[in-house]
Design a protein around this ligand. Structure first.
Ligand SMILES: Nc1nc2c(c(=O)[nH]1)N[C@@H](CNc1ccc(C(=O)N[C@@H](CCC(=O)N[C@@H](CCC(=O)N[C@@H](CCC(=O)O)C(=O)O)C(=O)O)C(=O)O)cc1)CN2
Ligand SMILES: [Zn+2]
Length: 784
């Protein structure tokens, strides 16, 4: 086919939560039953319509397929699963007679109901976005349900737009799926590619009939080397899928988007297929150094979409350099377009909404709308020549120069402290000696604890909102938080937990809380970014050298400790997670920034010890998230990430028990890193995989304390005592009881109190039963 022209400027996707989180509010209202499906649909349609107008106003072509249709009510991978009919059979009773999925059914698949667990949720590449994992078995039947995709395209058309539908591509869809529970050993979802591709063929045919000129198929799995599938198989699958889709007569032109890194050896493979356009992530990745002649010739006949505007970060960046990168791509093909490197899903809507941010900082930033404008500028430069955009390029360069020279960006005292570090600052010393010193905690066998947060009730959030508005003064606020802490401590004592927490009521978020107190960070008012479903975070902006001007957590932790004889855990967020969940300066290596944060935490730990806190947890749930997608980059990452954790914690006395917490599975991938963290106790997520990780653990040589989670806090379901007992028995069969801890998978902040109390009570009852079994085994004569 002769491809229709690709737009000179585009983006791979746009935030969908709404500038004021309108979608979050409407979706949660629908769940609560306060609005119906029609009202939710109406809000969503308004948001989509406003987005199209906004994108056109920022300079994307209204009728040139430049505007992506990237809306989702919850998650784009779930949308793809629904579109190809791959809904697990446990949800069959919620579907229409023709297998259609209405909004109620859609959210049921996302969130579960009763004993029917939702789809599992996991990290989307190296981002803080989480997708729902499709379940595919040998019997999963695929059938097309393209109604929503077609309706949104038609909605745009009626509004006067020719947009570009965006769908997760078939290869990534299957590579991100997991084998259904009843699939035979050795079955891989990608085995089903040949049956899935025809459904995508039908989808393309329908889109062509509806008038779509281009379709975008997202294939980020092609850039990742951390996909659990041999690379040859991945490449073969890409070739097979896109040869087949490309051979189809009736279809829009195909744009394969491959964000989050270089395609590397997948580039020649895609080049050899009939697809008409391919994106190149030129922020994380780079242009291929050399191309074989066949690939070079094939690429020259395609549109290359240069992803030069960072979709993953909020810096205004070096626009002149971006323009140079675009023009470099022109050496490969006569048809080059400008784009973002990834979807703009990862950044907030609009920096203009930030009235409270320092104007100088604002001049260094670009949120989604500003990035769209940057794309439009570069596209104009491409069409009209560099001179046409020289003023914009110069302005961006001036902002960059201003940033590098601004006060606070380089603070000599922080830099001096960093350069004075020596090897010993990273090492806590002999583990056995620490274990001996920590016996003074007098913990029972299988000590029970929680991960830190207790439910963030609407009362707590309202108090914080009132504080922000000046309706409550800081003494009044502190008083309310102390009352909450006291309730949480008493509750834990009643339930019978061994190591208590203060419950983290004073934290709006485990990263933002620290960012608000540390120098070198700024926080936003409206900079919400979707993390999963309706849940959002406001990533802080780490713009300068980081230091701590005063203790951050000591008051709350020591207040909690004053209420009880039991140890209360001090609770900190680790340097890697603080970086991962913030927008981090891009003008120095991440490791340098991480060590600055680590030193601030190290001082906090010293203050907590001084205040009598004996157990300190430093959370690193994002350790896995930042693991580079390319294998070659992983060792250096593990070196600085583990190093920064050790720098934060190595000042602790031997008698201080240091805990860490990681809450994403795929534990096997980072087991060595966890060993190297050298925390005395590590809690991890394990309930959803029914303790599979204990096998990995038992064979890994890991010999410190470990708490595999026994309660899946992602669902409102209360685990029964018998269920928890079975999980614990599986764990004690493989891990010496002397090293085993009992805890939930993660913090309880998103849960309600009823299910929290019931679940913790069951956990304690199960623990007592397992302890009794251990005692009976240890003293057979008495047990007789
Ligand atoms: N940064 C980060 N990333 C993370 C996690 C995390 O905890 N933090 N956990 C993992 C899972 N991801 C999650 C992400 C968000 C939430 C979450 O609960 N987010 C809340 C917002 C949390 C927050 O910032 N709360 C603020 C602001 C709350 C708010 O919306 N206030 C209302 C007013 C409140 C009222 O009157 O009731 C408003 O501003 O309109 C506070 O408590 O102060 C939400 O979307 O609802 C949970 C898990 C992985 N990534
Ligand atoms: Zn967690």
């Amino acid at each position: 086919m002769t491809a229709p022209a690709f737009p000179t400027g585009t983006i791979l996707g746009y935030p969908r939560i709404g500038r004021r989180r309108e979608l979050k509010r409407a979706v949660e209202a629908f769940w609560a039953g306060t609005i119906d499906a029609d009202e939710l649909e109406a809000t969503a349609a308004e948001l989509r319509s406003a987005t199209r107008e906004r994108l056109a106003a920022q300079g994307l072509d209204r009728t040139g397929s430049a505007i992506p249709e990237s809306f989702s009510f919850y998650d784009q991978v779930l949308d793809a699963a629904v579109a190809v009919g791959a809904v697990p059979t446990r949800f069959a009773r919620f579907l229409g007679d023709d297998g259609s999925v209405d909004l109620g059914a859609y959210f049921t698949i996302a969130r579960g109901v009763g004993d029917d667990a939702p789809l599992e949720m996991t990290k989307w590449f190296d981002s803080n976005y989480h997708y729902l994992v499709p379940e595919i078995g040998p019997d999963t039947s695929f059938s097309l349900h393209a109604e929503r995709i077609l309706a949104e395209f038609a909605e745009a058309k009626a509004q006067g737009f020719l947009t570009r539908p965006v769908v997760v591509g078939p290869v990534t869809f299957l590579l991100l799926a997991k084998a259904a529970d009843d699939a035979p050993e050795g079955f891989r979802p990608i085995d089903r590619l040949a049956e899935l591709v025809p459904v995508y063929e039908s989808l393309l045919a329908e889109l062509a009939r509806a008038g779509a000129a281009w379709v975008q198929l997202d294939e980020p799995a092609l850039v990742s080397e951390s996909i659990d599938e041999p690379r040859a198989r991945v490449l073969e699958s890409a070739a097979a899928a896109y040869d087949a889709l490309g051979a189809q007569e009736e279809r829009p032109a195909i744009f394969v988007a491959a964000p989050y890194g270089s395609l590397d050896d997948a580039l020649p493979v895609l080049a050899a297929t009939p697809v008409e356009a391919i994106s190149l992530d030129l922020v994380r990745g780079s242009l291929p150094e050399s191309l074989d002649p066949v690939t070079a010739e094939a690429l020259a006949a395609k549109t290359l979409v240069a992803g030069v505007v960072d979709g993953h970060n909020i810096w205004r960046g070096d626009l002149a350099d971006a323009f140079d990168r675009v023009t470099a791509v022109q050496r490969l093909s006569g048809s080059v377009a400008v784009s973002t490197s990834t979807s703009l899903l990862h950044v907030p809507h609009d920096v203009e909404d930030e009235q409270a941010l320092d104007a100088r900082l604002v001049s260094w930033l670009a949120f989604a709308d500003q990035k769209v404008a940057q794309v439009a500028t570069l596209a104009r430069g491409l069409a009209e020549g560099r001179d046409a955009i020289a003023a914009e390029l110069d302005e961006a360069s001036a902002a960059l120069a201003d940033r590098s020279a601004a006060p606070g960006v380089r603070v000599p005292a922080v830099r001096d402290r960093l350069s004075a570090l020596v090897g010993g600052d990273f090492d806590r010393g002999d583990y056995a000696a620490r274990v001996a010193a920590q016996t003074e905690l007098e913990l029972p066998e299988l000590p029970t604890t929680t991960i830190g947060s207790f439910p963030q009730t609407s009362d707590i959030r309202r108090a914080r909102a009132r504080l922000g508005k000046g309706e409550l003064d800081s003494d009044g606020y502190a008083q309310l938080m102390r009352e909450e802490i006291e309730r949480v401590v008493r509750l834990q004592e009643e339930i019978g937990l061994d190591v208590l927490v203060h419950g983290e009521p004073e934290r709006n978020d485990m990263v933002q809380y620290f960012a608000e107190l540390l120098d070198g960070f700024a926080v936003t008012e409206h900079g919400w970014v979707q993390s999963y479903g309706s849940r959002c975070t406001r990533p802080s902006i780490l713009w300068g050298d980081v230091s701590r001007s005063a203790p951050m957590t000591v008051e709350w932790s020591s207040y909690a400790q004053s209420l009880t004889e039991k140890p209360v855990k001090g609770m900190l967020t680790g340097p890697v997670t603080i970086l991962a969940w913030s927008f981090v300066r891009d003008d120095q290596p991440l490791g340098d920034t991480a060590r600055q944060v680590a030193l601030a935490l190290r001082d906090e730990i010293a203050d907590l010890e001084q205040a009598g806190i004996k157990v300190i947890q430093v959370d690193e749930p994002a350790l896995r998230e930042l693991l580079p997608l390319k294998l070659a980059d992983q060792p250096a990452y593990l070196d600085w990430s583990v190093g920064s954790f050790k720098l934060a914690t190595a000042g602790a006395a031997a008698a201080t028990q240091v805990h860490t917490h990681l809450c994403y599975s795929e534990f096997g991938v980072v087991i060595d890193a966890i060993k190297n963290l050298d925390a005395d106790v590590t809690s991890i997520e394990a309930a959803r995989s029914r303790m599979e990780v204990v096998d990995d653990l038992a064979t890994s040589g890991f010999d410190h304390g470990i708490g595999p989670g026994v309660y899946d806090i992602h669902s409102p379901r209360v685990p029964s005592t018998a269920e928890v007992q079975a999980l614990l028995e599986r764990a004690v069969a493989e891990i010496p009881a002397s090293r085993l801890w009992v805890n939930p998978d993660c913090g309880l902040k998103t849960r309600g109190y009823d299910e929290t109390v019931a679940s913790l009570e069951n956990i304690l009852e199960a623990t007592r039963a397992v302890r009794a079994g251990l005692d009976a085994r240890a003293q057979p004569a008495l047990a007789g």
